[in-house]
Write a protein that binds this ligand. Structure first.
Ligand code: FES
Length: 73
């Protein structure tokens, strides 16, 4: 298991925990809603698949590239 986990939208300097809290408070269910409010994922979008997983699973830390493995095991 990698010790370096993906836990932030780097471009917006916001953690997935913070994004999750904002999503719960605002009732956001999609990355598009978060993007519309300029919370995250509007620049390089490297975080987008992780935030999609966060919204789906409630987790806030991911192995790098973890979203690529879903459904392949
Ligand atoms: S890391 Fe989230 S937009 Fe770049």
């Amino acid at each position: 298991m990698s010790k370096l986990l993906v836990t932030h939208c780097i471009c917006h300097a916001v953690s997935f925990e913070e994004i999750q809290s904002i999503s719960e408070s605002a009732g956001f269910k999609s990355v598009e809603e978060l993007q519309a409010e300029d919370v995250c994922s509007t620049n390089c979008k490297m975080c987008k698949p992780y935030i999609e997983m966060m919204l789906e699973t409630g987790r806030t830390a991911f192995e790098p590239g973890e979203y690529l493995k879903v459904g392949s095991e």
